[in-house]
Design a protein around this ligand. Sequence first.
Ligand SMILES: [Zn+2]
Length: 73
Amino acid sequence: MSYQKQFIEISPPKYGMEEMYSVCNHKCNLCKGRGAIPTVGDKEGNTRPKTCKRCDGTGTLKAVIKINWTPDS
Ligand SMILES: [Zn+2]
């Protein structure tokens, strides 16, 4: 099975002490990318998918990576 890996090479910037990166389009592992989670049936046995709160129904997640540079003391 193939899968994609993403790497960040860390190196101090010339200016600034803070960096931020976003890595998008990761499949939500809670709803398995469907954007909804099946619920238990009601009294009549009807089930209705519930919007996944983790990905807000999009089925994908974004990683926000923040790097703070500080003196190494
Ligand atoms: Zn989800």
